[in-house]
Write a protein that binds this ligand. Sequence first.
Ligand code: FE
Ligand code: CA
Length: 501
Amino acid sequence: RLGVASGDPDHQSLVLWTRLCAEVLQPDGGLPNAPVEVAWELADDERFTAVRARGTTLAVPELGHAVHVEVAGLPADRWFHYRFRAGDAESPIGRTRTLPAPTVLPERLRFAFASCQHYETGLYTAYGHMAEQDLDLVCHLGDSIYEGKGRDGLVRKHHGGKLQTLHDYRVRHAQYRSDPLLAAMHARCPWFVTWDDHEVENNYADDHSERPNVTPEQFLQQRAAAYQAYYEAMPLRRAALPKGPHSQLYRHAAYGRLVDLFVLDTRQYRTVQPNGDGRKPLNAAARDPGNTLLGAAQREWLAAGLRRSPARWQVLAQQVMMGLVGHRPKATPAPAKADAKTDAKTGQSDAGPAHVDELRFAMDQWPGYFHERAWLLRQLAAQKTANPIVLTGDIHSHWVNDLRLDDHAPQLPVVASEFVGSSISSGGDGEPAAAELAALQRDNPCVQFLNRQRGYVACTVTPELWTADYFTVDQVTRPGGVTSLAARFHVAAGQRGVHRD
Ligand code: FE
Ligand code: CA
């Protein structure tokens, strides 16, 4: 019922996943409260004539009858097929692959990244398009489920109320994964997954809930349930198995010497959003050196990994936007050029850029963690021979940003390029937003692209060139949406900064 998945490959091993389920919307999956034996097979070919590895494992009720098999001892840079059997039930067949050996410089990697797949606000049409591409892997950057209660009048409806217990989160993951387009994409190639906020609750920070009446102790109980259900639902290694409300999800993968992938977790260890969250000025509270998205341990791990990275491209697969994009306060909208006049307070022409102090920034994103962002960009700038790329989800819109130590100082050198991928379905059909882009660019020279339709980004990576294909879907609120290439950007190795093709 929930399909198959694979994930977290290295050059010799990977994870095969399924979860036994007879009734998708039952807390126990409609299964007995007892272990069930599951047989698995991994073969070189789709017809399973050349089986490379097989075994049996137990699907236990304590883990929602989820199965995570870590298959090791595999040859590097190879595709495989896999399937499961339990009793007389046979799973669909999945495709997966190992990564190239760490010493090799591969000619090419093609992968997609995606985020934000709200079940109620749209169909997974983008995954249908993604499945037709020739991809080596997928990175999912979070919001793989949403925690809200079922609402009427939308495209589809969540089963049940707002998520709180392990059963609640389990059923929600199962409902999402019963979507045939999502299940088919999981079966198509290995995924590297990470979470954002909605796998637990909107804009949570460590043990801090947005709801004022919830104590840290209460929230950590809920987080433990959510983290366990996430582990059960995803093709993760045993190393990510939660211990209570803790799970180490940040990790590294090497695609030979082409890409070092750093998968980050910017929720579990972060300090509370400054200035009460929302869009606020880049003030002293936002610049407080005590603010952290990564936490000390992840920060040190990342710095060490970047320092010794031998790869051509250093990739941060993470959640929230790093570009310091400022918005004018609602009360003083950007005027059209035709009626431009001089602002009495600032002495500036309204048609010119606003001063950074006049702008408002998202406190849930990297601007609210300004000091740590500057630290990270200094780390990236120090990697003189390397090519840093930041991948981002969260905000249900496509962006391309040049990242500098100060994004409002375009005379500074570009340090890294940020590709923000739009949502698969969250937010409904959306719009191209060309006028909004033009207005934003006047105040934010870092912004190279914006589109508020649904979609995903596919990247082709070679030793010389990074190419990012921005796909958009014309409608997700009805079946039959058409996916097309909205824009293509590239970064040349050794030359920081992004260019539109
Ligand atoms: Fe989202
Ligand atoms: Ca989010």
